[in-house]
Design a protein around this ligand. Structure first.
Ligand SMILES: Cc1cc2nc3c(=O)[nH]c(=O)nc-3n(C[C@H](O)[C@H](O)[C@H](O)COP(=O)(O)OP(=O)(O)OC[C@H]3O[C@@H](n4cnc5c(N)ncnc54)[C@H](O)[C@@H]3O)c2cc1C
Ligand code: FES
Length: 252
């Protein structure tokens, strides 16, 4: 795990309210697994106080470059848009448990900003279909096209792909050996149900509020179920953010 100031190469809006920030870190790019995240200190002072977790969208080990895709939702992500090339970002990572890369035919199913962590995964899978849902304008679609066998799109307003939920793009997931999902909880709940029905292995990346990002503060506790049915709290930052769908409870 690296903890350092990294030079920013670019930070640009790539869809409405969604930015891509690329920074240099050979060590993080080399070590990163798909689905892992970095914990970013935004701003110089105490506001915002806590680091913000952002998933690794792409890790280019050859160039030593990491790409993050983030949506502006509050103070931290707004301040992040003000960083420019040449400035440094205080980054900790790569953190957490990522997606296991499985041989065989796989699908990634994403919604909103949850599509971002699926790109590095899609690029490492040997056979992958992508189902991507957006609110309106899509992002990174060409890069998914470049590494996936097929890409199907949906959006809430019909601007990108079919109008409606991404989960309406398929009736069955039976043809897949594994399905990976990240996005809004109702979408992931539906994907989990369909995988259970179709007997397909499913991995879910959860998004919980975080404090320390390294397993010390318990801010990120999420409910999980062991194989014997007993309920526990796991740390999304250390035990996750990726969990076996059988294990993670997607409560409201
Ligand atoms: C493992 C992990 C990976 C993530 N990857 C990405 C990513 O790749 N791209 C991206 O845009 N965002 C990602 N997020 C979410 C991101 O961390 C939050 O959007 C960010 O911390 C918000 O900071 P803020 O200061 O802008 O907003 P705040 O002012 O802190 O909050 C604004 C709003 O966002 C909600 N919010 C804040 N943090 C979270 C959170 N962690 N989970 C759910 N809701 C939250 C708040 O409840 C509030 O409604 C990830 C979160 C986790 C836990
Ligand atoms: S964020 Fe502190 S334990 Fe997970």
């Amino acid at each position: 795990m690296v903890y350092k100031d990294c030079e920013i190469i670019s930070n640009k809006e790539i869809a409405q309210g969604i930015y891509e920030l690329c920074f240099v870190s050979a060590q993080i790019a080399e070590a990163a697994e798909p689905g892992q995240f970095v914990h970013v200190k935004i701003g110089k002072g105490l506001d915002p106080l806590l680091r913000r977790p952002i998933s690794i969208c792409k890790a280019d080990a050859g160039q030593g470059v990491i790409s993050l895709v983030y949506q502006v939702v509050g103070r931290g992500t707004k301040v992040l848009t003000e960083y420019g090339p040449g400035e440094v970002l205080d980054v900790m990572g790569p953190l957490g448990k990522g997606f296991p890369v499985i041989e065989g035919k796989c699908a990634v199913i994403g919604g909103g900003i949850g599509n971002a962590p699926l790109l590095e995964l899609a690029s490492r899978l040997r056979s992958c279909d992508a189902y991507l849902g957006f609110r309106s304008q899509g992002y990174k679609v060409e890069e998914f096209n470049a590494c996936c066998s097929q890409v199907q799109l949906a959006s809430d307003d019909g601007t990108t792909g079919a109008k409606g939920f991404v989960t309406a793009l398929f009736d069955s997931l039976k043809q897949y050996d594994a399905v990976y999902t990240c996005g809004p909880k109702p979408m992931m709940r539906r994907v989990k149900e369909m995988c259970k029905r179709d007997g397909v292995k499913c991995y879910i990346s959860v998004e919980e509020r975080m404090g320390c990002g390294v397993g010390a503060c318990l801010v990120c506790a999420c409910k999980t179920q062991a194989a014997d049915g007993s309920l526990h709290y796991s740390k999304a930052c250390k035990d996750g953010p990726v969990f076996d769908a059988e294990e993670v409870m997607l409560d409201e």
